[in-house]
Ligand binder design. Structure first.
Ligand SMILES: NC(=O)C1=CN([C@@H]2O[C@H](COP(=O)(O)OP(=O)(O)OC[C@H]3O[C@@H](n4cnc5c(N)ncnc54)[C@H](OP(=O)(O)O)[C@@H]3O)[C@@H](O)[C@H]2O)C=CC1
Ligand SMILES: O=C(O)C1=N[C@H](C(=O)O)C[C@H](O)C1
Length: 238
């Protein structure tokens, strides 16, 4: 499979290593200083593009893939207010787009555990709940995209929380998401339920970026030849 990598930072490089080891041909490595490659003439030669850049650039990069009619897998976080618009453009143009706030298999299983635990906790108001995420200091967005996905899942089940805030709030009806930036943490997410009698805590800890990168390559293999808007749940059949 011919792959165009859009963004050649920590994730772009990790994906390059895994895709190449699997026998794929990485034909483009597009970074800040090679944006001229983000045109149909070059992008159009790829079977699929994998986009991991910045919150400010993801929307434009994905549009460029649509213009070149190249299926695009994106893992960039921090731009999710624009996600409905890009999904609409994808549907309208019959393109292919797959976004996930986290591509690791472990986190996608963790998402399912989070939903189940939140459903069980919905009728147990003695438990207060809050969330913590820890990432490296170069991370641009807070809270992490994964933490937002976890929070949205939790809020859909637990009525006593009306929304989330990115601070340690004392407001009983708001879910605290506490963000910590500590090197070299690749990504740790914890959900705490605490009562006067006992606590339940679930944690996912990434030991490296390998899980994110491997999942993105699997998603790209899966997306090739398809049209529509997809997530990692479709890839993993969850
Ligand atoms: N969904 C998931 O599983 C995961 C998602 N992420 C997310 O992926 C994104 C990237 O993470 P990471 O690789 O760690 O970040 P890095 O900062 O290491 O890499 C981002 C790269 O994108 C480049 N870039 C900036 N603007 C453009 C542009 N317009 N076109 C192409 N490339 C550009 C940057 O270049 P320069 O430095 O020159 O500006 C940099 O090399 C983040 O949003 C992060 O949250 C991260 C891990 C897993
Ligand atoms: O920026 C990162 O590094 C990560 N970003 C994603 C997120 O915002 O959730 C996924 C992972 O946690 C690593």
């Amino acid at each position: 499979m011919k792959i165009a990598l859009i963004g050649y930072g920590k994730m772009g490089k990790a994906i390059d290593a895994i895709a190449t080891a699997k026998g794929h041909d990485v034909i483009l490595r597009i970074d800040h200083d090679s944006l001229y490659l983000l045109e149909k003439e070059h992008l159009g030669q790829a079977d699929v593009a994998i986009e991991f850049t910045t919150p400010e650039t993801a929307f434009h990069n994905i549009q460029k893939c649509f213009e070149a009619n190249v299926p695009v897998v994106s893992g960039t976080t921090g731009w999710l207010d624009q996600l409905p618009e890009i999904k609409a453009q994808c549907e309208k143009g019959h393109h292919a787009f797959l976004h996930a706030t986290n591509f690791s298999i472990g986190v996608n299983i963790f998402f399912e555990v989070n939903k189940k635990l939140a459903t069980l906790m919905a009728s147990q108001p003695q438990y207060n709940v809050w969330m913590e995420e820890i990432h490296h200091t170069q991370k641009k967005d807070a809270p992490s995209g994964t933490a937002i996905t976890l929070a949205e899942q939790l809020l859909a089940a637990v009525d006593r929380k009306k929304g989330w805030v990115n601070e340690d709030t004392q407001q009983a009806d708001m879910l605290s998401i506490i963000s910590k930036r500590i090197d070299p943490a690749p990504g740790t997410h914890t959900i705490h339920y605490a009562s006067p009698i006992d606590d339940i805590t679930i944690t996912h800890t990434a030991h490296s970026r390998e899980g994110f990168a491997a999942g993105a390559v699997v998603a790209a293999e899966w997306l090739k030849g398809k049209a529509g808007v997809f997530t990692m749940r479709d890839v993993l059949n969850l």
